[in-house]
Design a protein around this ligand. Sequence first.
Ligand code: MN3
Length: 201
Amino acid sequence: MPFELPPLPYAFNALEPHIDATTMEIHHDRHHKAYVDNANAALAGTAWENASVEDVLTSLGQIPEDIRTAVRNNAGGHYNHSLFWEIMGPDGGGAPGGALGAAIDSTFGSLDDLKAKVNDAGVKRFGSGWTWLVVSGGALEVMSTPNQDTPLSEGKAPILGIDVWEHAYYLEYQNKRPVYLEAWWNVVNWDAVAARYDAAS
Ligand code: MN3
């Protein structure tokens, strides 16, 4: 079955004032939809057309070379954005409890230290890409990727990712990526991140 655009799990304006409704609508309905459509077009008629997005992204080396770049960019975009919508929410912010909260404290020192590290990786990502909190070999790690590359393709399990492409923030924040990153933590859905952490651990 071809990939499908997942519905946004809340209203376009649900993340205001931190992320505006117009940005959310264009980002989900146009940008994410284009990744889905382009990934499906690239994979159509190949042995991979019914594979899961996870299988595709962990097998990029086996994807036919003539479509590999299109698949990497567009299946990556589909996977990354599906995660992004899920780990944000209207009642976001605060702090994670449980095993994730404890792992953040023991790995990074504190939640504020983690946020600073994720934001720094996002600010330093030149051009377009993502900043991530991943589980790698059982441990938490902060990393960034260019374009729509996903930690999944490097054998790591992404549990939180922030889109730092300009289309994610430009209407509200223009060139001020650090201000967007600072504000983003008000919409993080820690329950969803914790569920991904538990599944990856
Ligand atoms: Mn995006």
